[in-house]
Design a protein around this ligand. Sequence first.
Ligand code: SAH
Length: 248
Amino acid sequence: MSIPDFARYRLCLDHDLAADVRLPLERDQANYLISVLRMKQDDTVLVFNGRDGEWLAAITVEGRKQASLTLLRPTRAQPPAPDLHYLFAPLKQARLDYIAQKAVEMGAGVIQPVLTRRTQVARLKFDRMRANAIEAAEQCGILSLPEIRAEQSLDAALEALDPGRILVFCDEAMAQESPVAALSRVAPGPLAVLIGPEGGFDAAERARILARPATLPISLGPRILRADTAAVAALALVQAVLGDWPRG
Ligand code: SAH
């Protein structure tokens, strides 16, 4: 992997990126670069959009809150989007912010909120989830932005999964088996991870999840974790055993 350049500010912009393209900045973006980061004419930043890799760009200061960027050259190629779906029962705001950030950092390609019987949150702020995902990607040098999907009922989400996609189901009732042993039995292929709400799944939901043929229930250890902790633990375990490390 090419190590990202963390000396430069990295900015996600929703424009197509190519050599010599000039991109106007929004007022608040220009203000941030000029007034907060104290950038001057021809200083450079890194730009990405989730599609066209990462580019070095030079700033043209046009006013106190007005600036544009000119793309100079590509710095990193666009990596393939991670094929890991993260299904979770949405949590209240601060924890939802955290989940959107951590899912990106841990390499989720699709973020799928799932409504369960004990889900506490009815309406989701997608713009805020997206802003959190983008902020994490900017900070960590991640070039793939996850697709954040509209919420679905648990049944619809199970139905929508490709039958061949292994669903790693975080199930606190599985405490007797090591998750590493369980995950090691899985052949490489498309994966999804499912975490329940703070109140857990009810018995009928758990039975429906387990009835799906390609479901693998795993334990995250003998302690019950909060759902946001469980998200990071589960994604780290799945990435460690089956994830995007080069195999030797
Ligand atoms: N059933 C409990 C805990 C819910 S914790 C309750 O009623 O409070 C929220 C979610 O995190 C669970 O649905 C599960 O998906 C996951 N989780 C938490 N601790 C876990 C563990 N030790 N093993 C597997 N999954 C766990």
